[in-house]
Design a protein around this ligand. Structure first.
Ligand code: HEC
Length: 126
């Protein structure tokens, strides 16, 4: 019995620790630079994202500068998560980013979970 309880407590501790530990700088920025920044950069000629020009190669682009892209504490309302989950349409087609034919690696499920954990933890500049 005690073993079970401590397993549960330990499990919760691990979960909350991993949620708190996602660092924008160390864990997420390299992924954005890999999967988005090559095209969504100020000098790429493509207008950034979510209507008013966010790029994805600097931290400030992910810190709530762009309305709706990242809604702190609420991944479901964050446009960025919707784009990664392919729930956004662009004209008549789904907006799939990075574009499948570009050969740029997409985010894996685990990587999307990291972004959600970071947003859930308040989308901090960490
Ligand atoms: C190979 C180049 C390329 C990569 C890599 C890429 N995009 Fe895009 N993105 C585009 C193009 C081109 C458009 C314009 C719309 C279209 O043609 O689908 C666009 C449009 C968008 C839009 C809509 C823009 C608007 O003004 O509403 C969003 C949001 C977006 N991209 C997010 C991302 C995210 C997030 C990533 C990384 C996971 C990413 N993109 C990676 C080329 C790219």
């Amino acid at each position: 019995m005690i073993g079970k309880i401590s397993a549960v407590v330990f499990g919760l501790a691990v979960l909350s620790a991993s949620a708190a530990e996602v660092s924008l700088e160390k864990d997420l920025m390299p992924l954005f630079q890999r999967s988005c920044g090559t095209c969504h950069a100020p000098d790429s000629g493509i207008r950034g994202a979510i209507k008013n020009g966010a790029y994805f190669n600097e931290k400030k682009d992910l810190l709530g500068k762009v309305g709706g892209a990242v809604v702190a504490g609420n991944p479901e309302k964050s446009g960025l998560v919707k784009v990664l989950a392919q729930e956004v349409t662009f004209g008549k087609r789904a907006l799939v980013m990075p574009p499948p034919k570009s050969g740029v690696p997409a985010f894996s499920k685990e990587e999307i979970e990291k972004i959600k954990a970071w947003i859930n933890a308040g989308a901090k500049d960490n």
